[in-house]
Design a binder for this molecule. Structure first.
Ligand SMILES: [Zn+2]
Length: 61
């Protein structure tokens, strides 16, 4: 039986200071750390992901 992660969100980030863009999957629309400079920013876009898709990827908790 698959682990129930509940609803997941695919968050898109763009760090204006260093120009880095990335997307990550979280259990909420929360802040993430810039992989380049370590700054924390809010997502500019957050999309709910259906549970079936969430089970196929690794989720940060
Ligand atoms: Zn940055």
């Amino acid at each position: 039986m698959a682990v129930d992660y509940g609803e997941a969100f695919l968050n898109f980030y763009k760090h204006e200071e260093c120009g880095t863009r990335w997307a990550d999957l979280w259990s909420c629309g929360c802040d993430d750390k810039c992989p380049k400079c370590g700054g924390e920013i809010e997502p500019y876009l957050s999309l709910a992901v259906p549970d079936i898709e969430a089970e196929m990827v690794n989720i940060h908790s």
